[in-house]
Ligand binder design. Sequence first.
Ligand SMILES: Nc1ncnc2c1ncn2[C@@H]1O[C@H](COP(=O)(O)OP(=O)(O)OP(=O)(O)O)[C@@H](O)[C@H]1O
Length: 230
Amino acid sequence: MSTLQVQGVTVRFGEVTAVNDVTLSVDVGVTGLIGPNGAGKTTLFDVISGLRRPSSGRVLLDSTDITSRSPHQRSRLGVARTFQRLEVFGSLTVWENVVVALESRRRPSRLAGGLLERVGIAEFSSNQADTVPTGAARLLELARALATDPSLLLLDEPSSGLDRAETDAFGALLRELVGEGRAVVLVEHDMDLVMNYCDVVHVLNLGRLLTSGSPEEIRSHEGVREAYLG
Ligand SMILES: Nc1ncnc2c1ncn2[C@@H]1O[C@H](COP(=O)(O)OP(=O)(O)OP(=O)(O)O)[C@@H](O)[C@H]1O
C-alpha cells in the first residue's frame, strides 16, 4: 500500500492545463519530483497539500480519499509541507517559530531544541527569524514541518540557499527521516541532491508525467534530456 496516491489529477487555470492527468504513487523513501520551469510541480504540491482542488482526479493518503479535505485536516493526518517562498514568522525567534508549530499539534515545546539541533541551526535559536541567512531560514521551515511529526513531508526546493556542505548534511537528514518510516517528496532543481539521495524520481513536463524511475533510469532517459534541453 502506498502512502500517497495521486490518481488522474488535472488542474486547469483557464486555458492553461498546469497538471494534466497525472497518476503516481509515493512510498516511504525519498521521492524526487523534477521537471523544467512551469512543468506543474508546485501546482501538484498544492493539490497534495490541499491548497488547490484539482479540476479532476483524486488524492489518497494511506488509501483514504483526502481530495476534499482542507490543508489543516491533511496536516492532522500527517501531511507537512515547506514552501519555495519562505513562510516563517519573521518577527519571532527561530526557537519560537518551532514552538508555535509544536503547539499547533499539542506537542511539548521542550522538543524545539532537539528539532533545531537536528536540522543543524541550533546556533540561531534566539535570533529573530527574519535576520538569519536564507539557508538557515529554509532549515527552520523544515524544523517547523518536522514539529508536526509528519508521515508525508513535501519539500519545495529545500536546498536553495544551502551551500554544498549544508546540502550534503540535508541529504543525510533526508535518509534519516526515511529510516523513521516517513515518505519525503522533494521538488528540487539541484540534480546532485536528487540523484544522490532519491529512491525514485518522477519527471513532469508541460503538466504531464513524462516518466518515473530510479535516478540511474532517469539520468539515461532520452525524453528527460530533451525536456531539459528543449
Ligand atoms: N494561479 C495560477 N494561475 C494561472 N496559471 C498558473 C497559476 N499557477 C501556476 N500557473 C501555471 O501553471 C503552470 C505550472 O506552474 P507551476 O508553478 O506548478 O510549475 P513548476 O513546475 O512548479 O515551475 P517552477 O519550477 O518554475 O516553480 C505554469 O504554466 C504556470 O504559469
